[in-house]
Structures are given as C-alpha cells and as structure tokens.
Design a protein around this ligand. Structure first.
Ligand code: ATP
Length: 385
C-alpha cells in the first residue's frame, strides 16, 4: 500500500507545490560495501524494549531480512551496460481545463502504472559515435523513430547537459511492451527508463527529485513514469502526489490498429469546448475513495476521461470497442489518456478472459493485453560488467 495524505492538508501555495513535486518516497542514503552510494526507502526500525541497544549495522548492510534496494544513485559505475524498466499507464481520471496561455492544459489526473513495460538498455559507445539507437524490438517496433526524433535521444542529450557532460556517445536499445501512440505513455516510459539507466551507467548522483525535474523538460508524463504506482497529478500532470491504493486491479487493454496523435486529440478537445465555460479540473473524490477502499466496482463507475469525447470524435469506431467490453462484463471502460487504446477494468482473471476474447474479435483492435496495476516506476533491472 502506498501512503498519501488525502484530502491534502491546507498549506500555503508554495509549500503545497513543494509537497506535490516530491515524487520519490522518503529515502535514506546509505553506502554499499563497494563504496557506492545508494538510496533505499526509509524504514521504521523496531526499537528494542529494555533490551541491549541494537548492534550498530554497517552502512549498507541489509536490514534483518530486507535487502537494501539501490535506486540508481551510484557514485561510481563499473557497468558495461545498464537496463532499466518503466511502466505504461492509464489515467483513471483525466479532467482537462481550458488551454493556458503557454499552450498547456491544466489537468487533474489520476495516473495508474500498469505491468506493461518498456525496457531501455544503454552502453557506452566508441568516442565520437554520438547517440546510436541500434535496436528497437517488441510492440510496434517498426513505428518507433531510430533518429533524434526518438524521445530517448532527447533524454540522453538533456541528462548529459544537466550533468555538464560532453555530447554523449551511447548505444541504446529499446524493448517495447507499451503500444506506440496508444495513450499509455510508452515514449515517456522510455524517457524515464533512459534517465534512470544513464544516471547509473555514468555513475551520476542525481536523486529522484533531480531526475523528476529533468524528466519534466522531456514531457508532462515522464515524471509519473519515473514514480509509478498510482498518483494524483495536478498542473500539467507533473505535480505528483502518490495515492493510497488497497490491493491491485485487473485491467484489459485493447490497442488500435492505428495510433492517435496526442496534440490532435487536445486540439479536438479545444474545438469541442469552444465558447463554453470549462471548469478548473479538480481531483475526483469518488475515484480516490474507490482506490483507498480497493473497490473495483466503485472504481469502474468512477472512471472518467475528458479526452474520451475528442478521441471518439476522431475515431468513432472506438465506441464499439468500449461497448463490446462492457457487454462482456467489464466493470468500467475508458479510452486510455488521449487514446486510441481502450482500457477495461475487470473484477478478476476470469472476468479479464471474457473481456479479452470479446475485444480480440473486433477488426479495429490490433492486440489485447490482460495485466494488473499498480506497477512500480522506472528502475534498474540489470547490469552487465
Ligand atoms: P502519451 O500517452 O504520453 O500521450 P502515447 O503513448 O500516446 O503518449 P507514444 O507511444 O509515447 O505515444 O509516442 C508518440 C509518438 O512519439 C509516436 O508516434 C512516435 O513517433 C514518437 N516517439 C518518439 N520516441 C518514441 C519512443 N521511444 N517510443 C514510442 N514512440 C516514440
């Protein structure tokens, strides 16, 4: 269960902003036996009652029964390659306000990371080689740019600039498990995974807050891809507050044969609300209560996405996908983010199987995935020496 404060305590705007931008769970620094500095979640240690004081624990030694978890914050690196994994997401709530002067829309979004992952592997390239994306595999790999148009390329350049490093020489490969242009933030997940992997490969010392700041320059969804779990996102979606969730939820995702452009969906939203008063987006208490209770039925009723109507305007055939899943017993159905992937919340694995086969039979559906949420955020999953 991930803890949070809800409703948020009344604090000044500045303090509130500072609180919401803290995207990492409380962590404490420790030093590995190798001398590498890492972080692990802060743990409440039992205080012995009346007994002898606890023997001092060598820095970095495992707590009783708990292996310390390093979250990519090494002071030195000996890895030839590093692989990081980051999850795709669905917006359980996506409330959108009127476009701001800076072109962004204010959001109240409940992000939920799901166990469909992107994996990014980085390795040092020969001097002067620059960034080389030498392998993209998995879901819709042929639709992913291999040049500077790839979001991972920008992530590598932006992180190198942040660290005052020269233009990076790095080889990157990407294994895709999140649909491309599917409204599930696959590119953002690649960015987040690349930041975490390069931070580790380069022996950099950026902590999660630093990485989240860099991430925001790369896209509004990237800070959440770093954080994972379930979180309320305000502002552009980047002012993140982890939410309390009981248990896990079962999801079925039906991806579409063709993607939808996120800017086109927001443009259609702007046209549809023209001349109307658009309320300032607010967190939905029904969504948050259903998450706290771990109640999939209540959550199914509460699912809400202001981008669904624009996505259906651009792709009317998605209506049949939503209806087919509901007819097969889904507790709720929603277009994921800017679409065109459709997300179905189901009660359990048998419910998932029924919705899965109903959606798989539709010609506008490319592939169907049954999975669960919430999933953890971007993290290192492998190193080669
Ligand atoms: P979001 O949900 O954040 O709006 P999305 O999931 O709908 O995003 P992405 O898969 O992130 O969309 O990709 C959007 C576009 O970005 C694609 O059409 C693709 O051309 C381009 N792109 C650049 N880099 C990547 C990448 N690493 N993976 C996927 N697409 C990428």
């Amino acid at each position: 269960m991930v803890g949070t404060v809800w409703p948020p305590p009344k604090v000044s705007k500045r303090a509130d902003r500072a609180r919401l931008t803290r995207v990492a769970p409380a962590t404490v620094a420790y030093r590995c036996p190798t001398g590498a500095v890492g972080q692990r979640p802060a743990l409440a240690l039992p205080v012995p009652r009346g007994g002898p004081p606890a023997r001092p624990r060598p820095l970095g030694a495992p707590l009783d029964g708990i292996a310390p978890k390093v979250t990519a914050n090494y002071s030195e690196s000996v890895s030839a390659s590093v692989t990081a994994r980051a999850p795709g997401k669905v917006n359980i709530q996506l409330s959108v306000g009127a476009v701001r002067d800076d072109g962004f829309h204010p959001l109240a979004s409940v992000f939920h990371a799901v166990a469909m992952h992107e994996e990014v592997t980085v390795a040092a390239g020969p001097a002067g080689s620059g960034i080389v994306i030498d392998g993209v595999s998995g879901l819709q790999a042929d639709e992913v740019p291999r040049d500077s148009g790839n979001l991972v390329w920008r992530a590598a350049e932006r992180l190198a600039a942040e660290l005052d490093r020269p233009a990076p020489d790095v080889r990157v490969s990407i294994a895709k498990g999140v649909p491309v242009a599917g409204g599930m933030a696959g590119g953002s997940a690649d960015c987040a995974a690349a930041l975490v992997a390069l931070n580790d490969l380069w022996g950099a010392s950026l902590d999660r807050d630093d990485l989240a700041r860099v991430a925001l320059d790369l896209g509004s969804d990237v800070p959440f891809s770093l954080l994972g779990g379930t979180a309320l996102g305000l502002g552009r979606g980047e002012l993140l507050s982890p939410l309390m969730v009981r248990g896990s939820f079962h999801w079925v995702f039906a991806t579409a044969t063709r993607g939808l452009s996120t800017p086109a969906v927001y443009g259609t939203f702007d046209r549809l609300v023209e001349g109307r008063i658009v309320p300032e987006p607010q967190p939905d208490e029904a969504v948050i209560a259903a998450l706290i209770a771990g109640d999939p039925r209540a959550l199914g009723h509460a699912l809400h996405n202001d981008l669904q109507e624009p996505a259906l305007t651009l792709r009317p055939t998605l209506r049949d996908v939503l209806e087919a899943g509901l007819a097969a017993g889904a507790l709720g159905a929603i277009v994921s983010g800017s679409g065109p992937t459709v997300a179905f919340l189901v009660a359990d694995p048998p419910g998932a199987a029924r919705v899965h086969s109903a959606a798989a039979g539709l010609e506008q559906v490319r592939a169907v995935f049954s999975t669960t949420g919430a999933a953890p955020g971007a993290r290192v999953v492998g190193r080669t020496a």
